[in-house]
Design a protein around this ligand. Structure first.
Ligand SMILES: *[C@@H]1O[C@H](CO)[C@@H](O)[C@H](O)[C@H]1NC(C)=O
Ligand SMILES: *[C@@H]1O[C@H](CO)[C@@H](O)[C@H](O)[C@H]1NC(C)=O
Ligand SMILES: *[C@@H]1O[C@H](CO)[C@@H](O)[C@H](O)[C@H]1NC(C)=O
Ligand SMILES: *[C@@H]1O[C@H](CO)[C@@H](O)[C@H](O)[C@H]1NC(C)=O
Ligand SMILES: *[C@@H]1O[C@H](CO)[C@@H](O)[C@H](O)[C@H]1NC(C)=O
Ligand SMILES: *[C@@H]1O[C@H](CO)[C@@H](O)[C@H](O)[C@H]1NC(C)=O
Length: 353
């Protein structure tokens, strides 16, 4: 009986895991929906499978002679794209011709480049405007050097994730348009809990209007703070007791706190840019360095935390060291070192002289 249950369970797991592959499989069985020409132009457009809702192939739209209207006509039925997509060096102002696209799924059978989802060097591009896109499954996501880009405008994006466990998504949104910002919803899709994204987002975060639980300075009742949080002697802890997510650096310097229980609701720190996510310096009365609910730290750098000049007791707290390292490790596996340069192992087993 036990064995039978096990068998059924295994069967279900196998079947469920196939759902992910389902889209990529449909490609092999429906060759009329493949686009083999790769580069999209007036000439190759004649072979574009424009009646298919799922299209398979590596699509490259580069310095194309097709205008936005012609592209809209070609793509009006497309819901799912399996393969790759590159839009490079065009004069397009947005990608709304792809507004019907719901899912993008990378497939290595098509194309030659490892950059599966790439939108670069489009000097007139103001926004992507993929209004119905909910899911991106790709090894890489690369959006860069679009000088005038102001926003992504991916309002329905729920998840951008890896196809396999062992891979990273590189979300690289480098642009010198000072106006550019990424929304909290888009950022959440890129940093989903199970996602092992290697983040590289060179951008500010859009400040939402009329969101009472979002703030830019510490405020009582605020749950998501966009900006750095500096905590020094005399800080009014009531302002952060309800804080759940911090989008910036947490800097606790020269305080008299004995523990961090006042940050008991904080579950996550997301630090964009090449900056330390967590700074704890000169807290002489600290008994430990535990953050009760902090389970994830998204940082772009290896040394995500810096601990120095605190009490001896807190610096010997290897348990919290492991917990913090685990919180950061969920993403990549790059972060071996902790705080003041010592690893958690070195704190647990100090080298004997
Ligand atoms: C986006 O999806 C909505 C509903 O899901 C649909 O009404 C709309 O036509 C879609 N947009 C495009 C451009 O296909
Ligand atoms: C962006 O930077 C490039 C290179 O530094 C420069 O040539 C270009 O004018 C800049 N664009 C804008 C919109 O500032
Ligand atoms: C993950 O991929 C890298 C390079 O592709 C490889 O070196 C490494 O062994 C892989 N790790 C696992 C656990 O499969
Ligand atoms: C936090 O402290 C740093 C260093 O003193 C300072 O540059 C920054 O402006 C402060 N940020 C806030 C939000 O107070
Ligand atoms: C942290 O705060 C202290 C005191 O406000 C400041 O001197 C220091 O520069 C800050 N560090 C960072 C990385 O913001
Ligand atoms: C967490 O937030 C809730 C609701 O805002 C509050 O009642 C509770 O005291 C907070 N916990 C801590 C440790 O501050």
């Amino acid at each position: 009986m036990n064995l039978l249950l096990k068998f059924i369970f295994l069967f279900l797991i196998t079947e469920l895991s196939k759902i992910d592959c389902w889209e990529t499989r449909s490609c092999g069985t429906n060759p009329s929906c493949e686009f083999k020409q790769t580069f999209l132009s007036q000439i190759t457009a004649q072979k574009f499978p424009k009646h298919c809702s799922t299209i398979c192939g590596f699509l490259i739209i580069q310095k194309t002679d097709l205008n936005a209207e012609e592209l809209t006509g070609l793509f009006k039925n497309i819901r799912i794209l399996v393969g790759g997509l590159q839009i490079v060096g065009t004069k397009l102002e947005n990608l709304k011709f792809l507004a019907g696209l719901r899912r993008f799924v990378q497939d290595n059978r098509y194309g030659f480049s490892s950059e599966r989802f790439k939108i670069t060097y489009n000097p007139e591009l103001r926004e992507l405007g993929l209004l119905n896109l909910t899911t991106i499954k790709s090894r890489s996501l690369y959006i860069a050097n679009n000088e005038k880009l102001e926003k992504l405008n991916l309002p329905k994006l729920e998840v951008a994730k890896c196809l396999r466990n062992n891979c990273t998504i590189r979300v690289s949104i480098k642009t010198n348009a000072s106006k550019f910002c990424i929304t909290l919803k888009e950022l959440n899709a890129f940093t989903k809990k199970r996602n092992k994204c290697d983040l590289n987002i060179d951008s500010g975060i859009c400040i939402p209007e009329n969101e009472p639980r979002v703030c830019t300075v510490p405020t009582e009742g605020c749950e998501r703070l966009i900006g750095d949080l500096n905590i020094t002697k005399g800080f009014d802890v009531r302002k952060v007791e309800s804080l759940k997510r911090l989008y910036g650096t947490l800097n606790i310097t020269n305080t008299d706190f004995t523990d961090f229980r006042f940050l008991g609701n904080l579950t996550r720190i997301v630090r964009l840019g090449y900056k330390t996510a967590l700074v704890v310096v000169g807290n002489k009365l600290l008994r430990n360095m535990e953050f009760p609910k902090l389970r994830r730290i998204d940082s772009e750098i290896r040394r995500f935390a810096h601990f120095a000049d605190n009490s001896e007791a807190s610096h010997a707290d290897f348990k919290s060291c492991y917990a913090l390292r685990k919180a950061a490790l969920q993403k990549g596996g790059l972060w071996q070192q902790f705080g003041d340069g010592r690893s958690c192992e070195q704190i647990e087993f100090p080298p004997t002289r």
